[in-house]
Ligand binder design. Structure first.
Ligand code: SF4
Ligand code: SF4
Length: 206
């Protein structure tokens, strides 16, 4: 008979005293190590909807859809994370502009689904649209984030400072008449880059 080695004997005695290394899953819930790299989770309050995480994801596990209502209503960006595609590499967290907190690896590891089409999670971020053409400019929180980063330089960009004033609730919506022909007075609206250029170059006077 082959005798156990000393190391194996020590391990066996240790296991008798401190218990086994393995967990009793599925009889008992498994508690992973705090540093376990599990499913990334969006943080609704921290994410600004900038799409940096989508750009860097090596397996396209992050996607988005911009929902623009035909008439009125709130334009939204839906951020989507596909848990069945994700490889938990953490690149999204590393690239997240919101202090690496808009999306973060969690310790969630139990990702089984009966229906694979349900293996995704979403959050919604409100969008800012161009007041002339309706093009998506960016997420409202993203514009606010930029404004906070550049400080007083915000006031060199009408789109940024008008968004900021609107966010603070001190923007008078009647300050500029509802002009449609992209004249100079439209420059004080919240505009996309194309409309900003057109209103800047036009010679029409309002
Ligand atoms: S952890 Fe990696 S694979 Fe998963 S969503 Fe983030 S970047 Fe993509
Ligand atoms: S803030 Fe972070 S989580 Fe949100 S879209 Fe940008 S990179 Fe992704």
């Amino acid at each position: 008979m082959k005798l156990p080695k000393v190391r194996e004997l020590i391990e066996a005695i240790k296991a008798l005293i401190v218990g086994p290394y393995t967990s009793k899953f599925p009889k008992e819930p498994h508690q992973p190590h705090p540093n376990f790299r599990g499913q990334p989770k969006f943080n609704q309050n921290k994410c600004v909807g900038c799409l940096a995480c989508e750009e860097v994801c090596p397996v396209e596990a992050i996607d988005h859809q911009d929902m623009i209502p035909a008439q009125g209503g709130t334009a939204k960006r839906v951020m989507i994370h596909y848990t069945d595609t994700c490889i938990f590499c953490g690149q999204c967290e590393a690239a997240c502009i919101a202090d690496h907190s808009g999306i973060k690896l969690s310790t969630d590891w139990e990702l089984s689904f009966f229906d694979r089409k349900k293996s995704y999670e979403t959050i919604e971020k409100e969008l800012q649209l161009c007041e002339i053409c309706g093009t998506v400019i960016a997420g409202k929180d993203h514009l606010k984030w930029i404004s906070e980063k550049i400080g007083e330089l915000t006031y060199s960009n009408p789109t940024l400072y008008q968004t900021r004033l609107a966010d603070l609730g001190i923007l008078d919506p009647n300050i500029v008449s509802a002009l449609k022909d992209r004249g100079r007075s439209d420059r004080f609206k919240i505009l996309c880059a194309r409309c900003r250029r057109e209103t800047t170059l036009t010679t029409k006077s309002q």
